[in-house]
Design a protein around this ligand. Structure first.
Ligand SMILES: *[C@@H]1O[C@H](CO)[C@@H](O)[C@H](O)[C@H]1NC(C)=O
Ligand SMILES: *[C@@H]1O[C@H](CO)[C@@H](O)[C@H](O)[C@H]1NC(C)=O
Ligand SMILES: *[C@@H]1O[C@H](CO)[C@@H](O)[C@H](O)[C@H]1NC(C)=O
Length: 506
């Protein structure tokens, strides 16, 4: 006997399935309304014009001229992308990319050649006014990083970020930026990658100021930068609140997967996150404030064992804790890759610097992870979703802007950058899953980078740009790469390509 009712039920159920499937596809392809896409650079990496119109040297000018063997190709940012002279070309290219915001940084020594604000360099004011005005005229919101590593060399001569006085100079700089540009700049990033700066400068000696005192300088540097961040935030909220902008900072972190399922490796991975990401996020975003208790206890203990009278990890006063707690309107996240963490091999312990002893884990990589031109940057998109989940659960789902994410090509890369296209699609897919499925509060995405530029100690050997830059051409000709067109389509339609195939991997 033919059962119509049954057939109808099956039919309806089928339709529901199809509709559900389609809806899921759409939500997992399409970014929520209001989600914004942008791209990023920093002053030293693109501007050039290192010695014009009153600008004084930063630690990067100094390092590349005096310590040039620490730069892989012995290059420097004297000219870089020549962006100082090419505002109009840059703006036209940003328009071509169709981004809704552009993240760039202000060169401290171009604006304040004496480090302090006793003399404001008119040419610095002119240059940044021109950039900001032209961005706004083309409907691109400026997102400004105040400190992106190019500390005045004069302050480095006084100890740089290990000297508490640098905080006061930084606050003069930040206040000057707010008052000169805050009528038009509504999103401020106080610091770029405190951990990368302090660890690379004081522990690994791989970035300027190429200093020493591992495990001491490292923590002092980050401590004073954190305090400077907190106080800059409070200054904005007290004296510049009428400008109606928001202030945050960009924290860099990979994700760490345990190398195996053993308890030891799981703990190693947790240690890596706590002593890397939470070190800087916890004082600002946690309910309790201060450094993570685990880190406090561990470094106090290690310091004692090593014969130090006081902990190598400085302490915040009660008042300082309060200044820092809640001192960000958003969490900027710079994320490129993931690593495997495992229990360290005991025989290696003696070779470790103090900071590494404090963290205590070995790093490795899953051979299945695709490579990039930077050795330790593998393509591991699922790690970003894990990190976003961790942030959601640890810090009560704060607003997160991805302020950097991108793929390293090598110096020979030209415009066929398929790997960057695929990297961007894969990472954006994981961000979309984090938003739609995990309800993470991610509202902006920033690709690193707008164009190839001076990649710090890798010089011009790595390319991160969506525009190719010909560094042999005096004009530094820019040419759009495949990734520029691919990213532009994502921005235009707010939608990822090839959505259906992504379904399977959820
Ligand atoms: C600026 O630096 C360039 C090298 O990049 C040099 O040729 C030029 O003479 C310098 N100009 C001044 C005013 O020092
Ligand atoms: C992006 O493209 C759209 C459509 O072509 C255009 O209306 C809009 O002005 C562009 N935005 C920017 C910032 O160029
Ligand atoms: C996102 O963050 C804002 C500001 O902190 C908060 O009001 C909102 O509830 C958060 N959204 C979610 C889904 O938690």
């Amino acid at each position: 006997m033919f059962n119509y009712k049954y057939l109808l039920q099956v039919f309806c159920f089928g339709i529901i399935l199809v509709v559900q499937k389609t809806m899921q596809n759409t939500t997992l392809c399409t970014f929520p309304p209001g989600f914004k896409f942008g791209t990023a650079t920093s002053a030293y990496q693109i501007e050039g014009a290192w010695n014009v119109s009153g600008k004084t040297p930063s630690i990067w000018d100094f390092a590349t001229h005096n310590n040039f063997e620490s730069i892989i190709d012995r290059s420097n940012g004297d000219i870089a992308c020549d962006s100082y002279n090419q505002i109009d070309v840059d703006i036209a290219n940003l328009q071509l990319l169709n981004v809704s915001f552009y993240r760039f940084s202000i060169s401290w020594t171009r604006l304040l050649p004496n480090a302090g604000n006793n003399f404001i360099n008119p040419d610095g004011v002119r240059y940044y006014n021109e950039v900001i005005d032209k961005l706004i005229a083309h409907n691109i919101d400026p997102m400004v990083t105040i400190f992106h590593w190019d500390l005045p060399q004069s302050l480095q001569d006084l100890g740089g970020w290990t000297n508490k006085l640098t905080i006061e100079y930084y606050l003069q700089f930040a206040r000057t930026c707010f008052s000169l540009f805050g009528d038009r700049v509504k999103t401020w990033i106080t610091f770029n990658e405190i951990s990368m700066y302090c660890v690379s400068a004081y522990d690994k000696k791989s970035l300027a100021p190429f200093a020493s005192l591992s495990g001491i300088g490292t923590y002092l540097c980050a401590h004073y930068m954190l305090l400077a961040h907190g106080r800059a935030y409070r200054i904005y909220k007290k004296d510049f609140i009428h400008q109606k902008g928001i202030v945050g900072l960009s924290i860099d972190s990979p994700w760490y997967f345990p190398a195996t399922n053993t308890a030891n490796d799981k703990m190693a991975a947790m240690r890596a996150i706590i002593t890397g990401f939470d070190w800087l996020a916890h004082p600002i975003f946690s309910q309790t404030g201060d450094y993570p208790l685990f880190m406090r206890k561990r470094i106090d203990y290690n310091s004692k064992q090593q014969g130090f009278k006081e902990s190598r990890l400085p302490r915040f006063t009660t008042k300082e804790k309060a200044i820092l707690q809640g001192s960000a309107d958003f969490l900027g996240l710079n994320h490129y890759t993931s690593k495997l963490a495992s229990m360290p091999m005991s025989e290696k312990a003696s070779e470790m610097t103090s900071y590494e002893i404090d963290r205590s884990f070995d790093i490795s990589f899953d051979p299945k992870w695709p490579k990039s031109a930077r050795n330790h940057f593998k393509v591991v998109p699922q790690g970003l979703r894990k990190l976003l989940l961790y942030i959601r659960d640890t810090y009560n789902n704060p607003i997160v802007y991805i302020t950097e994410n991108g793929y390293a090509g090598d110096h020979s890369e030209y415009i066929d950058d398929h790997d960057r296209v695929s990297y961007t699609n894969l990472y954006l897919t994981e961000i979309l899953k984090a938003i739609v499925i995990d309800k993470c509060n991610v509202t902006k995405y920033t690709s690193w980078s707008f164009m190839d530029n001076f990649e710090w100690h890798d010089g011009y050997t790595l390319r991160f740009g969506m525009f190719h830059v010909d560094f042999n051409d005096p004009k530094r000709k820019r040419t759009p790469k495949k990734s520029m067109y691919a990213y532009r389509n994502i921005i235009r339609f707010g939608t990822l390509p090839r959505c259906l195939s992504f379904e399977k991997s959820i």
